[in-house]
Design a protein. Sequence first.
Length: 328
Amino acid sequence: MVFSNISKEYQVKKRQNNSFLNFFNRDYEIKSALKNVSFQIKKGEIIGYIGPNGAGKSTTIKIMTGILKPSSGECYVLGVNPMENRMQFVKRIGVVFGNRSNLMWDLPVIDTVYMMKKLYSIPEEVFLTNLAELTEMMDVEDLLQIPVRLLSLGQRMRCEIIVSLLHNPEILFLDEPTLGLDARSKIAVHQFIKKVNEKRNTTVILTTHDMNDIQALTSRVIIIGKGSKLFDGEFRAIKNKYKSTKKIRLEINQVDQINSVATQIKQQFRPNNMTVIANEIGVEISKEMGSLDDFIQFISKKKIIDNYQIRSLNIDEIIARYYSELDI
Ligand SMILES: Nc1ncnc2c1ncn2[C@@H]1O[C@H](COP(=O)(O)OP(=O)(O)OP(=O)(O)O)[C@@H](O)[C@H]1O
C-alpha cells in the first residue's frame, strides 16, 4: 500500500453567530485535514494508526478505502487506485468501524452472513469453510441465530469482525474495534485479529485510542497530529523514551510535616510534577532529575514516610506525554 504526499481539504461553511443568518450564509473556508502524508505498508503487516481526536485518522481510512478522494497526492492499495473499479476493490478489503454496524439490526446474524455471501459472490465452498473456521475461532456459533439488537456489545463486535472476513479480504481496516468492550472481550478480539493475521497473512490497519490494542497487536505505529505524520516506527522506541520516568507515591504519617517534606523534594530533585493530597505526595522522577537510587535513599531516611510505591508510566500516560511533547 502506498500513500504518497496525500493532502485532503474540506470545504466548511463559515459560521455566523446568528443561526438564522447561518442558514443563508454561502461563505466557505478551507479546512486542511491531511497535509502531505506519506507512508508505505507491506503485505501482512499490522499497523497502528494513531493520533488524538481530529488528527486525520478517519480521513486517511476513508481515502484508503476509496470513500474519499484526496485533494492531492496518490494512494494505491493492493496496487490499485481505491476510487477506481470500486466493485472489484471492495471485494479485496474488509472494514470494521467500532461505532457503525455492518449487521442488520433486527435480523439474526446469520442473515447478514448470507447477505455478505451474495454481495461478495463468495463461492459456496470458500464460504462454508470460512464460516466454520471463523465462528469457531471467535466462539460465536451460539450467537448466529440471535437478532443483532439482542447481542451485547462484545458479542456484536465479534460478529462484526467475522462478517468482515468471510470474503477473505487481503486487508482488514479496523477503526476502534474494541470501543466500549470489557477487558475479556478486548483480549478475545486481540487474539482473533492476531490469529487471522498469522494464518491468512491479512494486512491489518488499526486505528484506535486504546493503547492496549496497540500494545497487544502492533509493533509499528504511525502517529498523526493536526493532519501531519509525526512518527512512523517501532512503538517500542516511544516506550523506551520514557523508560527512566517513574511515578512515586509517598504516604506520610505526620500530616503536619507533609509540606516540609514536599519542599525538600522540590529543592533537591526539582520534579516536573508533584501533587500533595491529604497524607500523600505524588512525585514524578526522571533520569534528568537525578537517579532513582538517590530518591529512594532520601525517602528511606525519612521516618515519617510510612509507605511508598514506585511504578513506570503506563501505556496511556506514555502516549499522552508523547502527544504533548509533539504539541498535538
Ligand atoms: N466532512 C467533513 N467536513 C469538514 N471537516 C471535516 C470533515 N470530516 C472531518 N473533518 C475535519 O477534519 C479533521 C480530521 O478529522 P478526522 O475525522 O479525519 O479525524 P480523526 O483523527 O479520525 O478524529 P477522531 O479520533 O476524533 O475520530 C478534523 O478537524 C475534522 O473536524
